[in-house]
Design a protein around this ligand. Structure first.
Ligand code: 13P
Length: 251
């Protein structure tokens, strides 16, 4: 049985004061014991969140890492090893906002995935198609290519220490959620692609859905056989809403 995971991606939000409030809000939540919970603050707030949530079964992750795992001369970047040192357990790689707005290539995503694992961080590999790609019938091809880049470079066994997040770009921050059937179709394809290389790894890997997940739609999405939880953006900035989404993933 895969343990569900609910992760909050706080994106480029927060001040020290608002992050302190959010920490307090998360601390007040009744979190289900059978769900793994994680939050991804901006790297500026990682230390504050690690300290603020200490003692709680909530992991902290970075939203991105450099292609080089170790420290070095790379102005403005944050190394996976530095995230680990700061108390992170996970890191997002390949979020569509970075792929599309910052032109991050599959090759870069692969290097970040490998850098994360080399430091003991669990990479959360984000994949997903744009609206134009979905309308052109290219969804499975696009997602398959993004996944294949990592399988080919890092090997399928690497997914024994990774999480995949399917986030259709058209559903992110738009209020448009993929229907449970639309999401399930892609999640099943992702698992099948991994299974073609290693059935056991495929059965164990968590595949999260992201894109306008809210308390009202979470249970239905999480009820699908290949949806193992959610990667939540906007709704994770409200602790009560986030707590409700976490509970929706519990049994
Ligand atoms: P929203 O939940 O705001 O649509 O964002 C999803 C997302 O991009 C999480 O990484």
């Amino acid at each position: 049985m895969r343990r569900p995971m609910v992760a909050g991606n706080w994106k480029m939000h927060g001040t020290r004061a608002s992050v302190a409030e959010l920490i307090e809000g998360v601390r007040r939540q009744a979190l289900p014991v059978d769900v793994e919970v994680a939050v991804f603050p901006s790297c500026l707030h990682v230390a504050q969140v690690v300290e603020g949530l200490s003692g709680l079964p909530v992991m902290v992750g970075g939203q991105d890492c450099a292609v080089e795992a170790s420290q070095g001369a790379l102005t403005g970047e944050v190394a996976a090893s530095q995230l680990r040192d700061a108390g992170c357990a996970l890191v997002l790689v390949g979020h569509s906002e970075r792929r599309l707005l910052l032109a991050e290539s599959d090759e870069w995503v692969v290097r970040k995935f490998a850098a994360a694992q080399s430091c003991g961080l669990v990479p959360v590999l984000c994949v997903g198609e744009t609206l134009a790609q979905r309308e052109a019938g290219e969804t499975l091809e696009v997602v398959g290519r993004q996944l294949a880049a990592v399988i080919d470079a890092c090997g399928v066994a690497a997914f024994g220490r990774a999480v995949v997040a399917y986030e259709p770009v058209w559903a992110i921050g738009s209020g448009l959620t993929a229907s449970p059937d639309q999401a399930q179709e892609v999640h099943a394809a992702i698992r099948a692609q991994l299974a073609a290389a290693d059935a056991e790894v495929a059965q164990g890997v968590r595949i999260l859905y992201g894109g306008s997940v809210k308390a009202v739609n979470a249970a239905e999405l999480f009820g699908m056989p290949d949806i193992d939880g959610g990667l939540v953006g906007g709704a994770s900035l409200n602790a009560d809403e986030f707590g409700a989404i976490c509970r929706a993933a519990g049994s």
